[in-house]
Every structure is written in structure tokens, then in C-alpha cells.
Design a protein around this ligand. Structure first.
Ligand SMILES: *[C@@H]1O[C@H](CO)[C@@H](O)[C@H](O)[C@H]1NC(C)=O
Ligand SMILES: *[C@@H]1O[C@H](CO)[C@@H](O)[C@H](O)[C@H]1NC(C)=O
Ligand SMILES: *[C@@H]1O[C@H](CO)[C@@H](O)[C@H](O)[C@H]1NC(C)=O
Ligand SMILES: *[C@@H]1O[C@H](CO)[C@@H](O)[C@H](O)[C@H]1NC(C)=O
Ligand SMILES: *[C@@H]1O[C@H](CO)[C@@H](O)[C@H](O)[C@H]1NC(C)=O
Ligand SMILES: *[C@@H]1O[C@H](CO)[C@@H](O)[C@H](O)[C@H]1NC(C)=O
Ligand SMILES: *[C@@H]1O[C@H](CO)[C@@H](O)[C@H](O)[C@H]1NC(C)=O
Length: 370
């Protein structure tokens, strides 16, 4: 009896919440996600998805052939990328690119990520684009209290830094490697502080993969031990410094009282997948599925280069020289989502969406009990 009464109580709470949502004309899912950074988070970068420029390699096969009705969408994958899986877990379809016209008012957020973006040069530009979205929200919603409620509630995802280190290795910088790492992480930390000042409170930041292991790096540096080690050591240093800088922001409670963050350790997650591929269902972790030359590290999708494409993409960790397959991205999203796997700390991304998950669970339970 008690439990029945309790169920009714919970259910009425649920309908009250639902009613509330309808009355204040919120989106169907009251969650907001923003994505910043590089190609790992890019959801396409041109305005016209239906008839894209055929020379942009991610807008034609073999990109995108495993999902989205087998059509390319500008994502650097055979299918979905991590932001798509995270959106799905929150109960959303996809988060549109800032450049796309799919969702002109950016109902549940936007992605500003773009392949090749660096922390040192491009992150500030993405923050400028975020300011534009904020202005669009202010004009459209016409209620700054509500705009700030959404900005504060949103989760801000960041994947950046890998391209900075690759550029560093490929050119002659006159500063030491640790100094450079510090500079990269400082620029990430500065951008995060700027975002905080614009209303962003909650951040999920991933570090960078062990760069010496990725097919693109092995190929362009001719598998040079020196370059592979240098890049891996920098990625490892980045992994150490990033949480320290984020923790320093959090400790500065006078300036950033509401700041909250978690770090997804993609470095260790991918390194583990490379060490024990069978645990994750992969057979090939050193060579990309699509590309040219020894590691298929380059040229995937280019119309003016020859490249090959693997048969069974789900067996591969890398789709092209730097980006993961749909199969790998689904697993990475899961590792980022839940703290229990040990790759995300101090929170699982899931913990940032607890209200939504509670409602979804109630819905499922209500459906199950007839
Ligand atoms: C989109 O990506 C392509 C290829 O990476 C690049 O040439 C182009 O400048 C990008 N466009 C935008 C709007 O970022
Ligand atoms: C595939 O196409 C159908 C019918 O047009 C559409 O409803 C669905 O959303 C599409 N799926 C994806 C993942 O784009
Ligand atoms: C990064 O910034 C440089 C300089 O403004 C620009 O040329 C380049 O297209 C940007 N790259 C990306 C990926 O946004
Ligand atoms: C503005 O938004 C706040 C927060 O959602 C809400 O409580 C308030 O009623 C809204 N004001 C108007 C005039 O709609
Ligand atoms: C890799 O090898 C090619 C051809 O032998 C050479 O042109 C290129 O400079 C080498 N690159 C590096 C980073 O050693
Ligand atoms: C692979 O593709 C790149 C372009 O992305 C090209 O520069 C390189 O020469 C190609 N390598 C071979 C061995 O064809
Ligand atoms: C692709 O590989 C996966 C994992 O090894 C396997 O389960 C699946 O059956 C394969 N698919 C095809 C079409 O061979």
C-alpha cells in the first residue's frame, strides 16, 4: 500500500513537472549542450547539409555511411560522433552546428567545433560564436532570466589541444615542450573563464589522446620514434596539467562560485582500447579504416587522392587517421557518461543531467507498470 501511494505521489510530481514544462513553453527536453573544439566534436561546418560541397571530404562517402540514412553529414566518422551519443543519452536527437540552418534558434544548444581547431588560435573564435548564440537566445526568448537559467543549466563540452601539439612537432618552436603544454592548457583555461563570464557554469573537458599512437601521426612523421615519443609525452603532460588548472578555477570561489567541471580521460581510455582491443570488440587499432599508405593515415574521402576503405568498420578503432569509428565513439561516450568505468573524474557526465534521467526513469517505470 505504502509503495503504491508513493508511486502515485512520484507520478503526480512527474505530471506537475510535465505541466510546468508545457506552461513555460520550454523545449521538450529542458537540457542544453554546447560543444567546442576540434574534429572529434564537429557535426559539420557548412550551412547546406543537403547539397554540400562535394570537395569537402566529410560530405561524401565513405564518411557517414554507417548512419544518418547512409549519407554524409560533415562528421569525421563513418557514423555518429561522441556529441551525438551524449545528446541521445540526454533524450535529444542531435545538437546542430552553429553554421547549420537546421535549428535556427539553437533550441538545446549548438556545436562550434571545427576540424583542425587549436586551443592557442581558434578557441577564442568559438567563444565569439557562442556570444552570437547567446544574443540569438536573448532576442528569441525575450526573457533574460530564462536565458541565464538555460546558460547556467547547460553543459559545455570541450575537445581541443591535439592539433596544437601536432603543429608544434611539425614546426620549429623555440620554447620547451613543458612550456608549450602549459601555454596550451592556459589558453583552454582562459577560454573557460571567458565562457563562465558569459553564463557557462558546468564543463566537461576531455584531454588529448596519446598522439604517438594515432595513424595520422605515425604516417606523417614516418613512424619516427622521436616524434612519436615527443607527442605522446606532451599529451601525457597535458593530461596532468589540465585537471590542475580546472581545479584552480574551482578553488577561486570569489570569482567562479558556481564553476563545476569534470575531465574525460580520453588519453587513457583510447590507450586501454589499444592495449586490450578485444575487450572493446576491436580487431584493428593501429591502422585506420579509411586512408592511404601504410597506416591509412591521410587522404580518406579526398577526391583527388587514392585511398582504401576497410570492410567491417566496427572492427576498427580509427575511422580515418585522426578520428574514431561510430563503434568507438559509442563506447567513448559511454566511458565519459558513467564514472563507474574509471575514465572520467570527478563526475560522470551523467551526473550533470540527473533531473532529466530521473524523469526518464519515472517514464520507463510508469510504462512498465502499465
Ligand atoms: C569547413 O571545413 C573545411 C574542410 O576542413 C574547410 O576548408 C572550411 O573552411 C570549413 N568551413 C567553415 C565554415 O568552417
Ligand atoms: C532517416 O530518414 C527518415 C525518413 O526521412 C527520418 O525520419 C530519420 O530521422 C532519418 N534518420 C537519421 C538518423 O537521419
Ligand atoms: C583557426 O584560425 C586561423 C586563423 O584565424 C584560421 O585561418 C583557421 O581557418 C582556423 N581554423 C579552424 C579550424 O577554425
Ligand atoms: C522569465 O523567466 C523566468 C525563469 O524561467 C520565469 O520565472 C518568468 O516567469 C519569466 N517571465 C516572463 C515575463 O515570462
Ligand atoms: C618522411 O619521409 C618523406 C619521404 O621519405 C620525407 O619527404 C619527409 O621529410 C619525412 N618526414 C619526416 C617528418 O621525417
Ligand atoms: C596520402 O595522402 C596525402 C594527402 O592527404 C598525400 O599528401 C600523400 O602523398 C599520400 N601518400 C601516398 C603514399 O600516396
Ligand atoms: C563485423 O565485425 C563484428 C565484430 O567483429 C562482428 O560482430 C560482425 O558480425 C561483423 N559484421 C560483418 C558484416 O561481417
Amino acid at each position: 500500500m505504502t509503495s503504491l501511494a508513493y508511486s502515485f505521489f512520484i507520478l503526480s510530481l512527474f505530471f506537475a513537472t510535465l505541466l510546468n514544462l508545457v506552461c513555460s513553453q520550454l523545449p521538450d527536453v529542458d537540457e542544453y549542450l554546447f560543444f567546442f573544439g576540434d574534429g572529434l566534436y564537429e557535426v559539420g561546418n557548412t550551412t547546406n547539409i543537403i547539397n554540400p560541397d562535394k570537395y569537402l571530404r566529410t560530405y561524401h562517402a565513405p564518411y557517414g555511411t554507417n548512419f544518418f540514412n547512409h549519407s554524409a553529414t560533415g562528421r569525421y566518422s563513418d557514423g555518429r560522433i561522441v556529441p551525438d551519443f551524449v545528446a541521445e543519452k540526454v533524450g535529444l536527437k542531435f545538437i546542430a552546428s552553429f553554421q547549420s540552418e537546421d535549428d535556427p534558434y539553437f533550441t538545446n544548444g549548438a556545436s562550434f567545433a571545427s576540424e583542425g581547431a587549436t586551443a592557442l588560435v581558434n578557441f577564442t573564435g568559438q567563444v565569439e560564436l557562442f556570444k552570437e548564440v547567446k544574443e540569438i537566445w536573448r532576442e528569441h526568448i525575450k526573457n533574460d532570466t530564462e536565458v541565464y537559467r538555460r546558460l547556467h543549466k547547460a553543459v559545455y563540452f570541450i575537445s581541443i589541444g591535439a592539433q596544437d601539439y601536432i603543429n608544434f612537432a611539425a614546426s620549429a618552436w623555440r620554447i620547451s615542450e613543458p612550456t608549450f603544454v602549459d601555454r596550451v592548457v592556459n589558453s583552454i583555461s582562459d577560454a573557460i573563464k571567458n565562457l563562465y563570464d558569459l553564463g557557462a557554469w558546468t564543463f566537461a573537458v576531455q584531454n588529448v589522446v596519446k598522439l604517438g599512437s594515432i595513424p595520422y601521426v605515425r604516417q606523417i612523421f614516418n613512424d619516427s620514434k622521436r616524434f612519436r615519443e615527443m607527442l605522446s609525452i606532451m599529451a601525457q603532460a597535458h593530461k596532468g596539467v589540465l585537471p590542475e588548472k580546472l581545479e584552480a578555477i574551482k578553488k577561486n570561489t570569489d570569482k567562479y562560485p558556481e564553476f563545476e567541471y569534470t575531465v574525460f580521460d580520453i588519453y587513457t581510455a583510447m590507450d586501454t582500447m589499444i592495449d586490450v582491443p578485444q575487450d572493446y570488440g576491436f580487431k584493428v587499432v593501429d591502422i585506420a579504416c579509411c586512408g592511404n599508405s601504410t597506416y591509412r593515415g591521410q587522404a580518406c574521402g579526398y577526391l583527388d587522392y587514392e585511398f582504401c576503405v576497410c570492410g567491417n568498420k566496427t572492427e576498427y578503432l580509427f575511422f580515418d587517421g585522426t578520428h574514431n569509428t561510430d563503434a568507438a565513439n559509442g563506447q567513448l561516450a559511454e566511458l565519459m557518461w558513467d564514472k563507474k568505468y574509471g575514465f572520467v573524474s570527478p563526475y560522470g557526465v551523467k551526473d550533470f543531467f540527473l533531473n532529466t534521467i530521473a524523469i526518464q526513469t519515472l517514464l520507463t517505470e510508469a510504462a512498465a507498470s502499465g
